[in-house]
Design a protein. Sequence first.
Length: 428
Amino acid sequence: MIFNVCTIFPGIFKHLFSKGVLSKALEKGVISLNPVDLREFCEDKHEKTDDYQYGGGVGLVMKPEPIHRCVSSLAERGRVILLDPVGERFTQRAAERLSGYPALTFICGRYEGVDERVRELAADEAISVGDFILTGGEFAAAMIIDAVARLLPGVLGDSESLSEESFCGGLEYPHYTRPSEYMGLGVPEVLLGGNAAEIARWRENESLKRTAAYRADLFPAELVKKADENLKSALYNATRAAKGRKLKVALALMHYPMRDKQGDTVCSSITNMDLHDISRTAATFGAERFFVVTPIASQAAIAERVVSHWLKGWGSTYNSNRSEAFAKTEICASLGEAIACAEEIWGEKPFIAATSAKETGNISCRVLGNLAEKKPVLLLFGTGWGFHPSVLELADFILEPICGVGDFNHLSVRSAAALILERMTRAG
Ligand SMILES: C[S@@+](CC[C@H](N)C(=O)[O-])C[C@H]1O[C@@H](n2cnc3c(N)ncnc32)[C@H](O)[C@@H]1O
């Protein structure tokens, strides 16, 4: 397999693979490394590969022409990869996919990155090696070359297995070598006993435990079935322990100003189910308040009556956790009143995020959740046939809709509130 690397620093690759299995693979010709100097593709006498960016701002940008010419000059370029923090995240699966090409060509950025047109003109895909910024794409290319090359037949020795590694399911089990005791630390008995079946079972369980502890997101469902009963409960607890994060968030259920089917501005009715279920959702996800917004005094009185039944009346003795759920429910005459109340709680004006099944949305639940870790956010939930445009105008964000699998998308506001809060509070 050929690895071409388009770079202004080809020297970086001189000794990079001069040791270990990759050096042997290079010697045997299983892989070949071809660093190409981008400066050779400059047509000016100063061999300028970068320039100031249009629109101003600090930092230089790599010019498109030398990169485009360099890539075009390669006889065997295979798949062309732009190393870019904005690209698709590199994973073991991506390494497996890339190992199927006869050649890979890497475009290494420096400074602020490469001119955007390179993406379209010269690259087949863009890859990021992680959520951090490197000084140059050479280090990202080196990582990918290493991960891809070791998958090629003839690169690893027979003693090194590709099938039992981390990311081929869960994370790998722990390894030990001699001595059997070091600094007071021993080796698990089972590994010294020589019973192959027991060792295999122990390794499988250790792999499951580690995956549950460190990377529950990788947890392979088929492995859960194989786990023994003790481990099953440990796994269950590990998953349960993965609670959501506490956010600065409040909810407002808007009954006015709303639209009806005909597009007229209306005030919708309070419903008992919304009061109960959204209060419970708000309490479950640690929301600071649940505001119920209606300007109609008789409607507000119904809501007040329900809330006080569970907070102070017979309901509070019948079901104390329902009173806990209603403790943060507040009836407001207007959205302005709810915003003012939220501002008083947090000492700063909250960001307003309207939720909608219809709008395209300009922020995801995950990103809004990240924001709400630091800044207060008031989530607006609609009733009737959607918000009056004046509400949307007030909003700083429109949250992405919760999408189903088909065209039918008519969740109750109670369900939508629960799904949105679950998505927002999930770390990430
Ligand atoms: C300093 S970085 C530019 C960062 C860019 N201004 C940004 O904020 O996204 C210079 C070059 O290093 C490479 N690079 C940096 N971090 C990377 C990452 N996480 N994955 C892949 N390449 C990366 C890219 O080739 C990039 O063009």
